[in-house]
Design a binder for this molecule. Sequence first.
Ligand SMILES: Cc1ncc(COP(=O)(O)O)c(C=O)c1O
Length: 409
Amino acid sequence: MEQLAIQGGPKVRTEPFPKRTPFGEREEELLIQAVRSQNLFGKSGTFVKELEKKFAAFHGTNYAQASTSGTAAIHTAVGVVNPNPGDEIITAPITDPGSVMPILMQNAVPVFADVDPKTLNMTPESIEANITDRTRAIILVHLFGRPCNIDEVLAIAEKHNLILIEDCCQTHATKYKGRYAGTFGHMGCFSFQQSKHMTTGDGGMIITNDEQTYIRLKLFSDKGWDYQYMGERDHAFLAPNYRMTEMQGAVGIAQLEKLRDVVERRIALGKLLNELIADAPGVEVAPTPDDREVSWWNYIFHVTGHDPDEFCKAVSAEGVAMSAHYIRDPIYMRGNFLTEKNTYGSSGFPFDSTYVSRKYHYGPELVPNAVEGLRSVVVTALHEHMGEDDIRDIGRAVNKVARGLAKTR
Ligand SMILES: Cc1ncc(COP(=O)(O)O)c(C=O)c1O
């Protein structure tokens, strides 16, 4: 048994891992075309429109509406739901604030469904258990490139007459039962932030099949204002400006052209890593059911037989960066916007108002499986510019540490 690097032994990996380089000549070419067109305003240009058209066609949906971020895309979808103040929207406890804050920004109340402690995805059972007569919508977050049990959630949404919004900000172009995640609900929302499978630095998109939904998406993205649907310069309702620029549109077109290749590469590398670490002692990998792909935004697994912090320190010492706990606590405990109702000035709105029908308390007891999952989960980078040798080094480091720590126990 080789001595662990953290105890002075040789490192598994001495070279740095390849950097992800998402932008190439095609992005440059289209970006230059956009700049040379002397117009970077998406609404009167061609690039954003072309990206929307191609993004919809890629997914096989009727419509796509560009946005400025994943958060903006989800806010726009919530704007389409048009909740009354105090209405509830069910979302995930393990996610980015972009799946939560838009609910509050429309004066609705976030309610958190619990998750599977290994995949960290919301469970249909917990979603259904959290439905009340104030529930209007579900934001179903597909985490780390893994689609949730979409069919079951869709059936629950239909049974209770709720709008289903799929948050695909970490799960682009990933198939569930042969179709891309994001195409099952009323709306599918995507982030094009730098770290995502497809990126424009920042940016986002919403897809839908329903024309009325699309019209509202379009209006909500542009101060309630749209020449095509409104005719005169009127503003249909209260809404922000989330218009994408031609620069993002141009880069987005180039990104979409290679998106599925990027995703397939991540799926293959993830499968390899799953196999490599399957027998490492004290380590658990969530199984992948045959009916879906996992496209790994980052790669996660669970350290249940060792201390996850100690484990990650030892793997990092081997030259493979690894961190424990992802967001550490349920997202609503990161900051005080929910725990202390720090929303609009000192009003505590909508909680401290007559619009809500009950008292809300945001503590860890709401989601015991999420707390358990966050305790053991560890995260490491996996991307399309890595090679199989890189993945084998990650596998070797995990196995070496798992066996080395098991021995010292
Ligand atoms: C699951 C999820 N939802 C929403 C968002 C928000 O996206 P953005 O950062 O583009 O606003 C992210 C971003 O990381 C995310 O991972």
